[in-house]
Design a protein around this ligand. Structure first.
Ligand code: FAD
Length: 416
């Protein structure tokens, strides 16, 4: 079967790979000249079942209220007139009960564990090297009460099969020597030995190359504008370069799945939640964190890819805006300097902002669209790197009429 995968972010490329493995003819279309040039470009890089909590929770609502009056928090709000935002915000708020947050967390953890195994399989099969670190992650707390509460909260992860251990600053320093000199600046950490990190952009670009070697056609620099449908089928995709016909289509356009999905009669509740990252080269005398992790009081994440260290923060509800200014990074950089003053070469920073394709329940949208040859693999929010290899396999299985190993029931796209 000829399958057109729409989007060459980490989700589209991993889907293309799984479809090739199933013996399909695959075409990938993306408007950018290289794969992973939008949200998959410079994310935090964490593969983290040990951090798979639902963002929509009772606490999120309280933090959002604070964000209405303050601009220095990890959660930021920019007033918007777009009706689409308010519709999404109401759906998000409805997920913020304790019961829904717990149920969504359990499913997120289950998908993370399944997807992590799939990612390991793809890495083993392809031999791709993308700065992977597989020695666990440390989630740091600056005060004892916060640490105790987090330890209690982690019960839900443990029950779902994730190992999470509470460690003292001394134990954290034994795991990662970067903490040796700053043991007095935090109360302790939760250590998730199964969590990992790696460079999603490098992985995606390498995998795209292997897809091409395996016969996939990569149509890059080509913008999808519309679709032609007939009865219950999508006939073709209309792009700025012409028309692309295929037997089946997979929508994997990150945030832009929502506006383009609307043209196919779908209501995909995805809203862009912006985040920022700074990537520093690691030079001789630098002392970066070795293990990935999160400073939970300042909500900045960090990961070390061997030659570079990346620091990531902020969830900003601000609409379809990729821009960034130096002041957007200021609170994160202040917290980073407290913990990792020598993290990398500060004279050569690469600043970036990206849009997380966030759904109200923070779970992806997976399954058949309104037309019987349309499939959807999108809405991966803050966990697309963690989940991509898993959802790619799930969608490839659905397309082949097989029962997926992880059940996506309830995550199907809905009609508009
Ligand atoms: C700051 C930040 C930190 C993050 N940290 C982590 C993390 O630690 N771990 C984790 O698992 N996830 C993390 N994420 C989330 C992760 O990056 C995303 O979930 C993932 O990249 C989404 O991948 P995607 O392929 O769906 O979207 P994208 O990478 O955005 O890919 C969509 C593709 O569609 C293309 N496209 C869009 N419209 C069109 C069109 N009209 N025509 C043609 N092509 C089009 C784009 O060019 C793009 O290449 C983070 C995200 C951010 C922003």
């Amino acid at each position: 079967m000829k399958v057109a995968v729409l989007g060459a972010g980490v989700v589209g490329v991993t889907t293309a790979w799984e479809l090739l493995r199933d013996g399909h003819e695959v075409v990938v279309v993306d408007r950018r000249p290289e794969p992973a040039s939008e949200t998959s470009y410079a994310n935090a890089g964490m593969i983290a079942p040990g951090h798979a909590y639902a963002w929509s929770s009772p606490k999120a609502l309280k933090t959002l209220l604070k964000a209405l009056t303050r601009d220095d928090l990890a959660l930021r709000f920019r007033f918007q007139t777009d009706f689409g935002f308010w519709r999404w915000a109401v759906r998000f708020a409805l997920q913020c009960t304790s019961e829904k947050a717990a149920a969504n967390t359990r499913r997120k953890v289950g998908l993370s564990l399944y997807a992590q195994e799939r990612l390991r399989g793809v890495l083993a099969e392809t031999g791709i090297r993308c700065g992977m670190r597989s020695e666990g992650a440390l989630y740091l707390y600056r005060d004892p009460a916060g640490l105790a509460a987090a330890d209690e909260k982690a019960k839900i992860l443990r029950e779902a099969g994730v190992e999470v251990r509470r460690v003292s600053p001394e134990e954290a320093a034994a795991l990662d020597p970067v903490y040796e000199g700053v043991k007095d600046r935090f109360a302790g950490a939760l250590y998730a030995p199964g969590d990992e990190s790696g460079d999603a952009r490098l992985f995606t670009r390498e995998l795209a190359r292997r897809c091409a070697e395996r016969g996939a056609e990569l149509r890059l620099g080509e913008t999808i504008l519309d679709f032609r449908t007939a009865g219950d089928r999508v006939e073709s995709v209309l792009t700025d370069k012409g028309e692309l016909r295929a037997d089946a289509f997979v929508l994997a356009l990150g945030c832009y799945s929502a506006p383009l999905g609307r043209k196919l009669g779908l209501d995909l509740p995805i809203w862009p939640v912006k985040g920022y990252s700074v990537t520093l080269p690691i030079a001789g005398s630098n002392n970066p964190p070795r293990l990935p992790g999160v400073d939970e009081d300042n909500l900045f994440a960090f990961a070390n890819y061997g030659d570079r260290v990346r620091l990531t923060a902020v969830a900003e509800l601000g609409g379809w805006d990729w821009s960034h200014r130096p002041e957007d990074f200021a609170p994160m950089l202040k917290a980073v300097h407290e913990l990792f003053p020598q993290a990398g070469d500060w004279s050569r920073p690469e600043y970036w902002a990206g849009l997380r394709p966030m759904t109200p329940n923070n779970l992806p949208i997976l399954g058949r669209g309104r037309q019987r040859n349309l499939w959807v693999d999108t809405g991966h929010g803050h966990m697309g790197w963690t989940w991509a290899c898993g959802t790619a396999r799930i969608v490839a299985d659905l397309l082949a009429g097989r029962r997926p190993e992880w059940d996506p029931v309830g995550l199907e796209p809905k009609a508009a």
